[in-house]
Write a protein that binds this ligand. Structure first.
Ligand code: ZN
Length: 293
């Protein structure tokens, strides 16, 4: 069995001219070295090569991968949990403002915190999640039954008022194949809300190969506003709103400092700098709101 997958074409535009962008380690778990390349045709950046689909699960196995747990140990994790509650409220307010109806599908629900908060706000919720530990947590903590990603194929077309992907699209192995399915189940007047890290942000440029949100090989794609707009335009979707995720600048900068120097205070300062300098390249992470054209 082949353990790595090498792209010979750009996963967005099929272009064959690829340039090396950066060489960097998996700082969080394995310390293995990976490469990010960019497509000369459309400017899309992606990790290449990547672990094969059968093996990529091995790169998620860590106590540190807190998006899949609710561990309260460590300063960064503590901050993460406090901020999560504020962020949750903002996310629910956003979907409440934008959605025309109450049918919500969250893709990559993790531990189910957002889905639970949305349900309390009156949404009829459905969530997809591949990780069994996260599923078990959502069931035990919130009584939520999250489904496998493949369940998307059983869902009716034009049935969802809102689809959310919070820091998930960069993990989706079969990018265009799966995105096509997600767009299919969205109603004509539905909204598709996608939050991803922004590799054009000040903190991404400042930290370079230490930038925690490159997070190779778990992050397969490295988006910026131009390239995510281009990806969605292929599915007849246009971006109608871009919103900042200001806390991510602090979280990502602190984590980047942990990899680089261990100086958490610099992380806080650089989080501030990133938000202050967001006019040129955007915020550390951004929320993109797409609608069908
Ligand atoms: Zn391309």
């Amino acid at each position: 069995m082949e353990q790595i997958k090498t792209y010979t074409n750009c996963p967005v535009c099929e272009g064959i001219l690829l340039s090396e962008f950066m060489t960097l380690p998996d700082h969080m778990i394995t310390k293995e070295i990976f490469k990010i390349v960019n497509c000369n045709s459309c400017g899309f950046h992606f990790t290449n090569p990547i672990p094969s689909e059968e093996f990529i699960g091995n790169y998620y196995k860590s106590e540190n991968y807190i998006s899949h747990s609710s561990s309260k140990s460590g300063l960064i994790n503590k901050a993460y949990n406090v901020v999560r509650n504020i962020t949750l409220k903002r996310k629910v307010n956003l979907v409440s403002r934008l959605a025309k109806g109450k049918n919500l599908l969250d893709i990559g629900s993790g531990t189910g915190h957002f889905l639970n908060a949305s349900r309390i706000s009156g949404f009829q919720v459905q969530g997809l999640e591949p990780d069994q530990d996260a599923k078990d947590f959502a069931k035990k903590e919130f009584g939520l039954s999250l489904q496998n990603l493949s369940e998307i194929q059983t869902m009716a077309s034009d049935s969802k008022d809102v689809i959310t992907m919070w820091h998930v699209l960069e993990h989706v192995y079969h990018l265009k194949r799966d995105l096509k399915e997600f767009v299919r189940v969205l109603k004509k007047d539905g909204v598709f809300i996608v939050a991803v890290p922004n590799m054009s942000s000040w903190d991404a440029k400042h930290y370079g190969s230490f930038w925690a949100a490159f997070d190779v090989p778990r992050h397969l794609y490295h988006f910026q506003e131009k390239t995510i707009r281009n990806l969605f335009s292929q599915f007849e979707m246009e971006c109608v709103e871009v919103l900042p995720m200001k806390f991510d600048a602090f979280y990502v900068s602190m984590l980047s400092e942990k990899y680089k120097s261990g100086n958490i205070v610099s992380g806080v300062i650089n989080g501030l700098k990133s938000n202050f300098n967001a006019k040129s390249g955007g915020f550390s992470s951004q929320i993109y709101v797409f609608k069908k054209i």
